[in-house]
Design a protein around this ligand. Structure first.
Ligand SMILES: [Zn+2]
Length: 135
């Protein structure tokens, strides 16, 4: 247990589940001073919806060893919020492309309206006129 707690500075102030421990492959991590020698499930509170969620040891291994995320980058949002954020990003990109087009097909216009409506409902577009003005 001590060995796990000492393996990363953040583990002392978080709720961790020592029985879920996975040994890390430090050589694959991206760190400057302290690597993480172990991963454990960590209980966290989502900064967006404030629900509690688990940042799984397996997920950490994937983040820090396969995706190359910096070792101190922290997971602050639950999977649902991360997913909806991702889809919002995708929608915003598509919106950006469509809105810039000087001519649009009927299909593109209706897609654009749908996206705009969805972004409006999620609070990313504040001004409803923007949607009404799409034609
Ligand atoms: Zn959340």
């Amino acid at each position: 247990m001590d060995e796990i707690l000492e393996s990363h500075w953040s583990y002392n102030k978080e709720s961790i589940f020592p029985e879920t421990v996975i040994k890390a492959d430090v050589s694959r991590q991206n760190y400057s001073v302290f690597p993480r020698s172990f991963y454990v499930d960590i209980e966290k509170q989502c900064t967006q919806c404030h629900r509690w969620f688990i940042f799984y040891a397996k997920e950490q291994q994937y983040w820090y060893e396969s995706l190359g995320f910096y070792i101190d980058s922290d997971c602050v949002k639950c999977i649902d919020c991360r997913k909806s954020e991702q889809s919002i990003n995708t929608l915003q990109q598509e919106y950006g492309l469509l809105i810039k087009m000087t001519t649009r097909t009927k299909k593109e216009t209706s897609r654009l309206k749908n996206i705009a409506l969805e972004l409006y409902q999620s609070g990313y577009i504040k001004n409803k006129h923007k949607i009404d003005n799409i034609n």
